[in-house]
Design a protein around this ligand. Sequence first.
Ligand SMILES: Cc1cc2nc3c(=O)[nH]c(=O)nc-3n(C[C@H](O)[C@H](O)[C@H](O)COP(=O)(O)OP(=O)(O)OC[C@H]3O[C@@H](n4cnc5c(N)ncnc54)[C@H](O)[C@@H]3O)c2cc1C
Length: 310
Amino acid sequence: MEVAIISESSEDGSLNPAIPQLVSASSSLGGNCTIICPGGMGVEEAASISGVSKVISVEGDCFETYDCAAWSEAISPLIDGDLLLASSSLVGGEVASFIAAKMGMPIIQDATGIESGISVTRPIYSGKAIEKSKVSVPCAITVRANSFDVSPQGGDAEIVTVNQSSDVSVAVIKALSEAGEKLDVSEADIIISGGRGMGDPTNFSELFEIADLVGAAVGASRAAVDTWDEIPHSMQVGQTGKTVTPNLYIAVGISGAIQHLAGMRTSKYIVAINKDPEAPIFGVADYGIVASWEDALPVLKRELTALLSN
Ligand SMILES: Cc1cc2nc3c(=O)[nH]c(=O)nc-3n(C[C@H](O)[C@H](O)[C@H](O)COP(=O)(O)OP(=O)(O)OC[C@H]3O[C@@H](n4cnc5c(N)ncnc54)[C@H](O)[C@@H]3O)c2cc1C
C-alpha cells in the first residue's frame, strides 16, 4: 500500500515529533511510505527516519505563511497513494481535510489506532466511547499524538524537490545551486532533452542554445521524434531509444512516461521543467520546476551564462 504522510514542523523549524509516529503507523500496515514536506521544512530529518522510502520537498512562495487552501493546492498534485496520514494537530487536520475534499476521498479524524484492513479506532463523545470503523482506500486519516511508537532513525530515503514558486527565477536558481552541491555544472556531462511540450520543433533551438553554452547534448522524447520530422530518431532517449547516464539530465516539456524514464532515470542529477505539477517526471527528478519552458528556459540560460562567466 502506498502511504503519503503530510509533514509538519515544530516552531524551531525541526521536524514535529508526531511525524516519526505516523511513519510507524504506516509501517504497521506494511505501507510504502512517502513524506511530503511543505515548504521544505525538516526534509533531512524526515529522510533519516527508518521505514521512509521517499521524501518530497514541496517548495514555493505559498509556504511563506500558512494558508490552508494554498498549501493544499500545492501539495495535492504530489499525492499518489492509497492512504494519506497527517497528525491531528490544527494544521495537520485542516490541510488533510482540504486535500481529502479536493481528491474526493473520506477522512477520519483523531484516530488512536489503525490496523490493516483498514480498521480505525478513535474516541468519540468526548472520550466516553471508542468507535471502531472500517474504511476502504483511498482515504485520509489524522492520528492523535503518541498513538504509535516513534519510528527510529537510520533511514536514508531518496529526496526529491518540486518547486512551484510563481517567480520561476527562484526555482531555477535553487535548482542550479542544489545541482552545484552534487556536481560541477561547468564541467558536468549534461543532456538537455525536449518533449512534445516544446510545442513545435523550431522551439528546440532554445534547447540547442543552452546546450551550446554548457557543451551539452540535446535529446528528445519519443513523442517529439515521432511527431516532428525535424527531430531525428537518433535523439530519442528511452526504452526504444538511447539509454543515457549523464551527470545532469534536464527534461523539458516531458511527461515522464515509464518508457522515457527507462532511458534516463540513472542520471546522477535530474532537473525537470513541466507546467503540470502532476507530471510523473517530478517523481524521479531530484529538482522539479513547475513552470512553462517559455518562462523557465530564458532564466536558465541567463543563470548558466552568469555561472560560467564566474
Ligand atoms: C513500446 C513503447 C516504447 C516506447 N519508448 C519510448 C522511448 O524510448 N522514449 C520515450 O520518450 N518514449 C517512449 N515511448 C512513448 C512514451 O510512452 C510516451 O508517450 C512519451 O515518452 C511521451 O513523450 P512526451 O513526454 O514528450 O509527451 P507528452 O506525454 O505529450 O507530455 C508532454 C508534457 O509536456 C508538458 N508541457 C506542455 N506544454 C508545456 C510547456 N509550455 N512548458 C512545460 N511543459 C509543458 C505537459 O504537461 C506534458 O507533461 C514508448 C512507448 C511504447 C508503447
